[in-house]
Design a protein around this ligand. Structure first.
Ligand SMILES: Cc1ncc(COP(=O)(O)O)c(C=O)c1O
Length: 492
């Protein structure tokens, strides 16, 4: 029963020593046999080695032509790729197609009536209720009540909307604490918010730096806390990623949230790389707000509609003495208005209580249908089970990569040919491993990986990121990746 004992050790923060026979394909197959989430892979369309070579659409989902007929030599390889890029774009859940078809049939058949009617034999609720339905399906994924979640817009747009409400700088408190290498969109959003409020990014942006040692990317919790202390009187907002996109470092969200809030700082999290990847408890952690996209670990498709969390205490709607609604200031739109009055077309904004009151527009039913299908797969399991599997998959990938290093000796410059820059502690990372190559290696190794059907992501000049996502990746995938990687490292 190695799988269960590995989970136990990894959940306790220990690293796992795989036995020597773990180098064999048979061993990987054994781990897959023990994995009770293996059936979830059938819910997805994993690009094949053949379909990845498509130059033109041919009316089929993967490589083969209609009824399995050969399309052309190149596209005829139905071997699944090693799809290790769910940290960038999740694989397509099969259900997306039927949900979209249901939506299209509804729209074609009943037109505008689809807004308010739920049809038998449809996986969808009425268009009006779809965003709330997706919020309900997201609740267990992010650890919040459905009323604390709103499904709308895209990640950066939601970041701006949240900052409009939660970043209220004053002469005394105007700084935003962020990390040194945020995703550029977060940087631009923060910078522009500061400028819009009439402050200067030079004095209002505080970047938490990695601990100073050569080539270090790791940011310790102690460094984050001491940065908070250093700016405790002047920071208005702390905005960090739950998981850092470049290194895959998972931050201690509950501790950092508490520490900053105790010093009067509002706390928001960008969960682009954390939602659907690691267990979250946004409500219990008392997070003020959070935002995430749904196209990475949540598999809703490129640019799909995003999510935002607003803690219940910020979403309350009260009444003043004259019966006027009282609520947290925000940028408002008609879809944030309570359903009971939304269509009265009045000038007075009366928000829905909760995060739904931050909704702006009538959300896209196409987007919501896709997200609803993708979230349905999460409903077949739990984040705890996905995390269990992810811990072992990632540790196995790490162990195989370390094996390549041990067998490979030094790179040309005397240093190791590559380095895993993702934290070694299983509790400080999600599914992703980031690999930093020695000079000149990235191109050669990447080419070999691509030729051998590995789909991954490159951050030039010298990093690749791989993510063996537990929902549809297998231990055999990880083993094959290790084998191909070794061959790629040794190729000339
Ligand atoms: C951490 C992070 N923030 C922001 C974004 C931008 O997201 P969007 O284009 O959906 O606004 C991304 C996209 O990958 C991201 O990874």
């Amino acid at each position: 029963m190695p799988f269960v004992s590995f989970v136990k050790a990894l959940r306790a923060g220990q690293s796992v020593q795989f036995p020597l026979e773990a180098k064999s394909l048979e061993y990987a197959r054994g781990l897959d046999a023990e994995d009770d989430l293996g059936h979830l892979r059938d819910q997805f369309l994993i690009p094949t080695r053949g379909s990845l070579k498509k130059k033109a659409l041919n009316g089929t989902l993967l490589g083969k032509g209609p009824n399995g007929a050969t399309t052309n030599q190149d596209q005829d390889d139905n071997t699944p790729s090693i799809y290790f890029v769910g940290n960038s774009l999740g694989a397509q859940p099969k259900a997306v197609r039927s949900y979209l078809e249901a939506h299209l049939e509804t729209w074609a058949s009943v037109g505008v009536n689809g807004h308010f009617t739920q049809y038998d034999n449809s996986p969808l609720v009425s268009w009006q209720d779809m965003a709330e339905d997706c919020a309900t399906k997201s609740a267990a994924i992010v650890g919040a009540s459905p009323g604390e979640i709103v499904i709308m817009n895209s990640l950066t747009a939601n970041l701006h909307l949240m900052m409009a409400s939660f970043y209220r700088p004053t002469e005394k408190r105007h700084k935003i604490i962020l990390e040194w290498k945020p995703f550029p969109s977060d940087w631009y959003a923060i910078q522009s918010q500061i400028t819009l409020h009439g402050f200067s990014p030079a004095t209002s942006m505080v970047e938490v730096q990695p601990d100073p040692s050569p080539n270090n990317f790791y940011i310790s919790t102690a460094t984050i806390l001491s940065t908070i202390d250093a700016h405790a009187d002047s920071a208005a907002l702390l905005l960090l990623p739950g998981i850092q996109y470049y290194t895959g470092q998972l931050f201690d969200m509950p501790l950092i949230t508490r520490y900053a809030q105790d010093r009067g700082i509002v706390v928001g999290w960008d969960l682009a790389h954390a939602a659907g990847n690691v267990e979250l408890a946004l409500h219990d952690w008392n997070v003020d707000f959070a935002v995430w996209c749904t196209y990475k670990y949540l598999n809703a498709g490129p640019g799909a509609i995003a999510g935002a969390f607003v803690h219940e205490r910020h979403g309350k709607v009260g009444r003043d003495g004259s019966g006027k609604a009282e609520f947290r200031p925000r940028l408002s739109g008609w879809y944030g208005a309570d359903k009971s009055v939304r269509f009265n077309m009045e000038k007075e904004f009366q928000p829905t209580a909760g995060a739904g009151g931050f909704q702006l527009s009538n959300p896209s039913a196409v987007d919501l249908a896709s997200l609803s299908a993708a979230l349905g797969v999460f409903g077949m399991t739990s984040m705890a089970r996905l995390r269990d599997k992810a811990l072992v998959l990632t540790a196995y990938a790490e162990w195989l990569l370390d094996g390549v290093l041990a067998g490979d000796g030094n790179g040309g410059d005397g240093g190791p040919p590559f380095r895993i820059i993702t934290p070694r502690s299983p509790l400080e990372r999600g599914t992703q491993l980031s690999i930093l190559f020695g000079e000149g290696l990235l191109e050669r190794v990447s080419k070999r990986l691509v030729e051998n059907g590995v789909v991954f992501d490159v951050r030039k000049p010298d990093v690749i990121r791989i993510a063996p996502v537990p929902m549809y990746c297998t231990f055999v995938d990880v083993w094959k990746f290790g084998d191909i990687f070794k061959e790629a490292m040794n190729s000339k």
